[in-house]
Unconditional design. Sequence first.
Lengths: 230, 230
Amino acid sequence: MRMESGRGETATATSRRSLSERAADHLRELIVEGELAPGERLGETALATRLGISRTPLREAFRLLAREGLVLLEPHRGARVAPLSLEELERTVEVMAALERLAGRLVVSRIEEEELREIEALHYDMLSAYARRDLHRYFRANQAIHFAIMRACRNPVLLDTYEGLNAHIRRYRYMANLAPERWREAVAEHEEILRHLKARDGEALAATLARHLEHKVQPLARRLRDGEGT
Amino acid sequence: MRMESGRGETATATSRRSLSERAADHLRELIVEGELAPGERLGETALATRLGISRTPLREAFRLLAREGLVLLEPHRGARVAPLSLEELERTVEVMAALERLAGRLVVSRIEEEELREIEALHYDMLSAYARRDLHRYFRANQAIHFAIMRACRNPVLLDTYEGLNAHIRRYRYMANLAPERWREAVAEHEEILRHLKARDGEALAATLARHLEHKVQPLARRLRDGEGT
DNA sequence: GATCCAAAGGTTGCATACAATTCCGACGTC
DNA sequence: GACGTCGGAATTGTATGCAACCTTTGGATC
């Protein structure tokens, strides 16, 4: 679900991706999915063996993920999966909300008809998943919608920044377990999003998107506040 | 929480920074200052020799800078300094403006007295530099003010993201050569910024910061539009 | 019993060596 | 003359080796 490549352009020669990039993708997935626990130590030799590569490309992958903030790199002391924290979650959401706001204002004047139709289709996919209470499909459609909106802004810097922050948020997702009333509310907000988008009302869309994100995160934050620290 | 290391100040254990990080800092400076020209090819062996290190840490530095968007990394074809483009500049400023807006809203409720006094001091440093038409000192104070505001938001994610984008913008700076009336206007905007900040008026501050940034970039964009392409 | 020191083991940091791929020029063919 | 093909050189990608550092454990001292 993440980056086709560095900053920006088109997903071209994907088959020719270097080992370190693939390792980074792999690790990112493991971290985001919680397979590698927060705070877990990442020994180079052990992980390199597990991934079937040598230490060199693995170290390059570490550097990438450290830059993204998913891995903590302490000199001469190795790499650790970045711990989760309420603090970090809240700070990340603050920034993402600002980006969503920007996207709302931008997208209405830049989106093309076909993209709008695709978003509409994704919206109905999401409703379908919601009707069946299929959380997994719901999440996928949901993410796809938000990324489609971002992409339609035609601003690679925005998209890339958003992707980077989104990876962080996704780490908390598995703790979500949407409460029924919150789920219903989220769907209602998505209806609103689509409506504003079709009406090309940038300001309203911006406000709804930001509110939507904050709502989405509130239960997570509450849960973190009660539960673990880090 | 999130990287203390980025290219953040707080040069704590400087002696303990890895070679690849120092190489990345060095290269970033060379690129931002234009020492390494946009589009220039970065041969690994040549650069490694020039920096007095081996290829391994240099390659790690490449990966970092590629993630930041300052370097273009094409598989099996090596690294190039990312070219400048009007497109990229405008897209970056769009995102930065959104971050400045966010900062304006956040900072008024989070800044501490001492930080405010420091910003005021920097403001007068800037006026001093302006009175002498000392462009270099002016730029330094200017940057310091904007970073101080960001830091006072107490959001490491925001600060880190802002820093990353700012490095891109700085690449265009040397083409600036502030026109006298624009310079005067920028100073006036800064007076406004300080006033709103002291008045704790977040909305007004947000608007002024965003406008300030856009004004700052407009001449660059115009110059690029007339001048080179890439 | 607690604290400090020291040596051993293990891990990371960097350099170098080898393999894979691309680029460039020469040659041949149409 | 243009185009395509085939080496060879150069460059990048990956693996491995060695040195520096950190951690740990054992023991000695207070």
